[in-house]
Design a binder for this molecule. Sequence first.
Ligand SMILES: *Cc1c(COP(=O)(O)O)cnc(C)c1O
Length: 421
Amino acid sequence: MDHFLYRDGALYAEDVPVAEIAAAVGTPFYVYSSATLLRHFRLFDEALDGMEHLVCFAMKSNSNQAVLKLLGDAGAGMDVVSGGEYLRAKAAGVSGDKIVFSGVGKTADEMRLALTGGVRQFNVESEPEMRRLSEVATSLGMVAPITVRVNPDVDAKTHEKISTGKKGDKFGIPIDRASEVYALAASLPGLKVVGIDVHIGSQLTQLEPFELAYEKVKDLTIQLRAEGHEIIRLDLGGGLGIPYERSNEAPPLPTDYGAMVKRVLGDLDVEIEIEPGRLISGNAGIMVSKVIYLKEGDDRQFLIIDGAMNDLVRPAMYGAYHDIIPVNERPAGAQSATYDIVGPICESGDTFAKGRSMAAVAPDELIAFRSAGAYGAVMSSEYNSRPLIPEVLVQGDQFAVIRQRPTFDEMINRDTIPEWL
Ligand SMILES: *Cc1c(COP(=O)(O)O)cnc(C)c1O
């Protein structure tokens, strides 16, 4: 459920007409619903009731300060994957002891940043990283709390670009080498082992791969404890999927996921961390765009819109599906049409949908891409010198621009021309 619904024939974001936002900020733009963000966070939080836990929002899915502040104030921790994300989380008021640092290529600078600013734990992904982190921590007179990310070799049954827990993926250490890697960790002076980390991929639409992975983590917990390691915390990653195509998808709910976690891991006496991104932010946002032209091709009709792959890259990058709806609702039985929906960028890949059947729309009409709150704005660029599009946050009947569209001058003046030219 989200808070983008038709009311009296017009699409609303909570209590604000989407057309009103479009008139204020221009198209294209992103708009997020506070109520949906909070609802999704709380669903996870409540799903793990009964076990000690922390829900760490994977902020790579949406890292706007306002979104982070909203979730942070509600009690969320953050899962960060770069120094920039770490600083963003801190700037949004999240305390270091609620920030988990993930990522396969953390630099010494990023380690120093997090150690000195405070961090809940590093999720370490390799032996060289382990040695580096121990050196950095020792040089600061500190000890870094760590988990080791293990690769459980399970098939997440998702898109190959977002599968991360299969043998051959670049992430984590093979689970059958965990014993020797944990022994190394215990021998390094700058590290303190606190747990195990696993993250098998994104947009998972079934619970089975999670369960298979968590069973392996459970066995590993018992084994590592027997080998003398203190495993007090399990970081179970993120990855629960959302229904992008609402008419025919129904991925498991956070409640089902939580019940499974409690069933598999409930008697281990561990604290649980989870790192959901998409399920918190995905359906909490839409991208609104305007139709520029309807163009008749030989055998198809192109809907040319003012949004493009630089604004929302998921369709071009992953072949991802987004529901696309008109902002002015059509009565039941209204005329529909079949379009190739494309942006203005000079690449054929700048295509949001091919042969999409939807309500017939006209030039200058507003359309909305659903489920665009995750991996939307954060992956945008200024390709073709199209300024980054604004982000708007709605709460009840109020809305605010939470990232301005840069002016052309601001965009252009970021370049500098050397004096010698
Ligand atoms: C991407 C990522 C997540 C979040 O994945 P979602 O599919 O957005 O829930 C969580 N943890 C790690 C380590 C990640 O790389």
